[in-house]
Design a protein around this ligand. Structure first.
Ligand code: NAD
Length: 475
């Protein structure tokens, strides 16, 4: 926890009030004005990437390259949201159908007003910007409550906004812990976009239920990677190592479980073990990965390793000694019973469980037997198998022959199923998530059979009923 100020209910409400005023100004700028403002902020983030990466690194402990990559990905999304908001959300004609052929029908998407964004610490720029960029582009003002572990990053983003887009406070940061987040839920915002753990997501939903404030919940994951016998095992092992150990395993859509078809099991495990042994975390800017960001996380990782071994799993690389706070060395666990914590709960550390499966049916069944469903990956040499497996996986996103393939594709929506949450950020769905659809009809001429009148003629109803039978009774 830093020395940043802790916003209480009064401070949060004042920020929301200011945002409410700013929202009117922001909406009034129109599509072009908002696009220009968002792109000005984007240029600042891009030209000052080193400064921002330094702030991320200071608060999270991640290597310099990871921090820069995070900003690059976030900026890609910001650019997409700025440039596509108009095309996705502007009012457009839709077919009005046979029954209402006399009506011209159109749908447009309006901003909700003020969005409260509550963020996590693991990707303190990429993750909240997944909501902030799309909410702003859709015409809303935003009050952002960054994680208590990364308040400096949140403040930096809001300060750069104020410089790039002078005027009313369209984007503000309020800092503090859970209390500040809870205050934001109660402050009369029009929607809460929450990213964090499933347990906190439940609390956020409960608080928002009191005022019928809608929520998007982007929560945890226990993502599986499936390796088919015909896969490129070197590529699969490299991706598994990156997905499991990268960012010290503190990635919501990182790889936590690997299911490998029997024929490829031993060679895959060997390759992954080799990569794990060659990887060490550290403080250096060019380390493979850094420390555990929060002091409590190492204990959870240790508990999961201990439980997996106690239940009969095998430590192929590392083990309980790998946990040497604030660092955790890579841990590869094999043949871990499916009821172990390391299989059922989000570990959020640089550990991975690798289990053999008879065939891809069993792999899919095990991958899907989780209360989480954020993302998943499949490695196979067959395009047809890839599509089949991807269709059957219960997850919000699937990467084929890669991990996190969707993260840099701004037009793809992102979000989970089950305990991984609901609602979508990114892409056209992400823009609509922060908008309200409004339908408009304009009567072009009187209906030939007019049923919407008090003095409706029986003959008119009779004709309509006959048409109704012809139209729907057979087809
Ligand atoms: P967390 O749940 O502890 O905290 C998340 C945010 O909620 C923080 O800003 C925190 O201050 C706030 N908060 C805490 N209590 C609150 C309350 N009662 N009301 C309102 N806000 C409250 O999560 P974390 O440890 O910061 O982040 C890690 C978790 O986030 C992991 O589970 C990870 O998988 C998940 N995550 C998910 C995604 C995604 O897009 N699905 C992305 C990144 C991280």
């Amino acid at each position: 926890m830093s020395t940043e100020t802790v916003a209480d209910q009064r401070v949060v409400e004042a920020a929301v009030d200011a945002a409410r005023t700013a929202a009117g100004w922001w909406a009034g700028l129109g599509w072009d004005g908002r696009r220009r403002a968002l792109l000005a902020w984007k240029r600042t983030l891009t030209t000052r990437v080193e400064e921002l990466a330094g702030q991320i690194r200071e608060e999270t402990g991640k290597p310099h390259g990871d921090a820069v990559l995070e900003v690059m990905l976030a900026v890609e999304h910001l650019d997409w949201a700025a440039r596509h908001a108009r095309g996705v959300l502007r009012r457009r004609r839709v077919p009005s159908g046979l029954l209402a052929a006399n009506q011209a029908a159109s749908v447009g998407y309006e901003p909700l007003g003020v969005i409260g964004v509550i963020g996590p610490w693991n990707y303190p720029v990429y993750t909240p910007l997944g909501s902030i960029s799309y909410a702003l582009a859709a015409g809303n003002a935003v009050v952002f409550k960054p994680s208590e572990h990364t308040p400096g990053v949140g403040r930096w983003l809001a300060d750069r906004w104020a410089e790039a887009v002078p005027g009313p406070a369209v984007l503000q940061a309020v800092t503090g812990g859970g209390e500040a987040g809870a205050a934001l839920c109660r402050a009369g915002v029009d929607k809460i976009a929450f990213t964090g753990s499933t347990a906190t997501g439940r609390k956020v939903m409960a608080a928002c239920a009191e005022t019928l404030t809608p929520v998007v919940v982007e929560a945890g994951g226990k993502d599986a990677l499936i390796v088919a016998a015909d896969a490129d095992l070197d590529a699969a092992a490299r991706a598994a190592a990156f997905g499991s150990f990268g960012n010290a395993g503190q990635t919501c859509a990182g790889v936590e479980r690997v299911y490998v078809e029997q024929a490829a099991y031993e060679p895959f495990l060997e390759r992954l073990a080799e990569l794990a042994r060659a990887t060490t975390p550290g403080e250096a800017p060019d380390a493979r990965y850094g420390r555990m960001t929060t002091p409590t996380q190492a204990a959870i990782v240790a508990e999961h390793i201990g439980d997996a071994l106690a239940k009969g799993g095998r430590a192929v690389v590392g083990g309980p000694d790998a946990v040497r706070p604030p660092f955790v060395d890579p841990v590869v666990l094999a043949e871990v019973p499916e009821d172990s914590l390391a299989v059922t709960e989000e570990t959020f550390g640089p550990t991975v469980v690798v289990n053999p499966v008879r065939d891809l049916d069993e792999a899919v069944a095990r991958a899907n037997a989780s209360r989480y469903g954020l993302a998943a990956s499949v490695f196979t040499g067959s395009r047809r198998t890839a599509v089949e497996v991807a269709e059957r996986l219960r997850a919000g996103a699937v990467s084929v022959n890669a991990v996190l393939g969707f993260a840099a594709v701004p037009s793809l929506p992102f979000g989970g199923v089950g305990d991984s949450g609901f609602g979508r950020i990114h892409g056209a769905d992400g823009l609509r998530e922060f908008s309200r659809a409004k339908s408009v009809t304009r009567q072009r001429f009187a209906a030939p059979i007019d049923l919407l009148r008090l003095d409706r003629q029986p003959a008119a109803l009779h004709r309509a009923a006959r048409l109704f039978q012809l139209r729907h009774g057979r087809g």
